[in-house]
Design a binder for this molecule. Structure first.
Ligand code: G6P
Ligand code: ZN
Length: 584
């Protein structure tokens, strides 16, 4: 038994340690300053100590997506946990746990001594690049497995502004995080244990309790079905081989970029058509044609594996369609949902494809502001089973984070279901499923234009201008008709406001909406996750019910609305940009 002492260290506050809903994200250069991480962790302990049992005697999970500086951070947080009276720290092997896996571990895992976790420090900056010159991040999740609510993150921030001291067990030896097992220590207040466990086992158990692995195995191991998964060198790689290859029989060659790397191989670990280049080329969607026949199914994940992108052969599934299709098929295709869905939800800028499914299946439906936390409240109250966002997040009430691998297994389950008994004949493809969905429910043509790193003042002015315009719809419609006479009238315009149906809290200014008579929508929002300047997001959506018109190219169908949106917002005038940075 190794004995340790507690040291009290003097410190002074750092500016700007206010965590967003996704935690504190800064450049590595900022995080490695002496006491920077220590201050934030101590402030978190101080804030959490206000409620009983969250720190003293508690069990904390500490892990993340494996990005640069994670290993050092894990040792620091472990030593500070010991000094602050935490009873146990749980660490995924090599410090790796995906964000959804952490959420699952908090909710489900039972330690070797029967203990349960009370919370987690997740070390990730999600889809932001990693490496010595890139981003590091830390966020705290609560005992329901979801991110700390604003009440707590505000408290943490308050403590960071006044902090004078922190506590650390300096003489606690570094823990070997490469090997699973339990190490016992003893401090002034008694025992302290560190348990290093396999990163994938608990998550695998959870996935097996949700999906029919036997039918998935039949699909994935069939030579007729070809598959490709791109983890973009994020933590998803720690799960991909175990689940897709070892459990479900996919070829090992179906995995690309599945070795987690501290700098994500120098790439941008965000699963979209711009950044998941290798997968996009393999699926026959890139500018240069891939070699040979593309796989039937492709998917990618972000750094911490909570996001997902779903692709068919030469076919892109929009995230908005993806959640609608999962909801429409969940009861038949996924055992976890066999008794029915409690309700479904989407974020405001996500297309209304899910609304049509909810209406037709008579399901409870919620439209919430951007940000996963709003779904968590609904799920805790038993009101929502499946939810999704246009920003490549999809998930369910099995945990309180979005879940990239879950989304892939959900799609594979739908494919397995649609192909059951006919794997020997012609395969029902991803594209078939999507087109079939459109012909049943209509199609929501959808695109998002991002203007990244725009001057913050200019972005604010553009938004203010759009709000002002809303006061006269007749003026708006006149403007629109001057640009395109074939675009329908705006019948309602506002700034989205949400009243949480569980705690009645109100969230205002959640995006500017222009709603058209034919169901089309234009939405303007400032990103809440950018790190430089401002990012303006323009979401463009058009509903088409006529089956003869659902097969058009998205950019052709949306061209008139795009033209209107750019004119209406004076995008070029305000930003000086003639084109968006990214189109998804
Ligand atoms: C994070 C959150 C998502 C949210 C997204 C929005 O990924 O976890 O819930 O949809 O940010 O980002 P934005 O840049 O549009 O504010
Ligand atoms: Zn993420």
């Amino acid at each position: 038994m190794v004995l340790f002492n507690v040291s009290r260290k003097d410190t002074i506050p750092f500016d700007g340690q206010k965590p967003g809903t996704s935690g504190l994200r800064k450049k590595v250069k900022v995080f490695i300053q002496p006491n920077y991480l220590e201050n934030f962790v101590q402030a978190s302990f101080n804030a959490l100590s206000l409620t009983a049992e969250k720190v003293r005697g508690s069990t904390l999970v500490v892990s993340g997506d494996g990005r640069y500086y994670s290993k050092e951070a894990i040792q620091i947080i472990t030593k500070m946990s010991a000094a602050n009276g935490v009873r146990r720290v749980w660490i995924g092997q090599n410090g790796l746990l995906s964000t959804p896996a952490v959420s699952g571990v908090i909710r489900e895992r039972v330690g070797h001594d029967g203990s349960k976790a009370t919370g987690a420090f997740i070390l990730t900056a999600s889809h932001n690049p990693g490496g010595p010159n890139e981003d590091f991040g830390i966020k705290y999740n609560m005992e329901n497995g979801g991110p700390a609510p604003e009440g707590i993150t505000n408290k943490i921030y308050e403590y960071t502004t006044t902090i004078k001291e922190y506590f650390i067990a300096e003489d606690l030896p570094d823990v070997d995080i490469t090997t699973t097992g339990v190490t016992n220590f003893t401090g002034p207040e008694g025992p302290f244990d560190v348990e290093v466990f396999d990163s994938a086992s608990d998550y695998l158990i959870l996935m097996k309790s949700i999906f029919d692995f036997e039918s998935l195995r039949k699909l994935l191991s069939s030579p007729k079905f070809t598959f490709c998964y791109d983890a973009l060198h994020g933590v998803g790689g720690a799960y991909a081989k175990r689940i897709f290859v070892d459990e479900l029989g996919a070829q090992e060659s179906s995995l690309i970029n599945c070795i987690p790397k501290e700098d994500f191989g120098g790439g941008h670990p965000d699963p979209n058509l711009t950044y998941a280049k290798e997968l996009v080329a393999r699926m026959g969607l890139g500018k240069s044609e891939s070699q040979g026949e593309p796989p039937e199914f492709g998917a990618a994940a972000d750094g911490d594996a909570d996001r997902n992108m779903i692709l068919g052969k030469r076919f892109f599934v929009t995230p908005s369609d993806s959640v609608a299709i999962i909801a429409a098929n969940a009861v038949e295709a996924i055992p976890y949902f066999s008794t029915g869905l409690k309700g479904v939800a989407r974020s405001m800028p996500t297309s209304a494809a899910l609304d049509v499914v909810a209406k037709s299946l008579n399901l409870k439906f919620f439209e919430v502001p951007t940000g996963w936390k709003f779904f968590g409240n609904l799920m805790d109250a038993g009101l929502c089973s499946v939810c999704g966002e246009e920003s490549f997040g999809t998930g369910s009430d099995h945990i309180r984070e979005k879940d990239g691998i879950w989304a892939v297994l959900a799609w594979l389950s739908i494919l397995a279901y649609k192909n059951k008994d006919k794997l020997e004949d012609k395969l029902v493809t991803v594209e078939d499923i999507v087109r079939q969905h459109w012909s049943t429910y209509g199609r929501h043509y959808y695109t998002r234009y991002d203007y990244e790193n725009v001057d913050a003042g200019a972005a604010k002015e553009l938004m203010a201008y759009l709000v002002k315009l809303q006061s006269s719809l007749s003026e708006v419609n006149q403007l629109i008709k001057g640009v395109r006479s074939d675009v329908s009238n705006v019948v309602h315009a506002d700034e989205f406001e949400y009243k949480d149906s569980v705690d009645s809290s109100i969230s205002s200014n959640q995006g500017i909406r222009y709603l058209f008579e034919d169901g089309s929508r234009l939405i303007f929002r400032l990103s809440g996750t950018g790190s430089e300047g401002a990012t303006i997001r323009l979401y463009i959506e058009q509903y088409e019910k006529d089956p003869s018109k659902i097969g058009r190219l998205s950019q052709d169908a949306l061209a008139p609305l795009v033209q209107v949106a750019l004119k209406l917002s004076k995008m070029q005038e305000f930003t000086g940009r003639s084109a968006p940075t990214v189109i998804t």
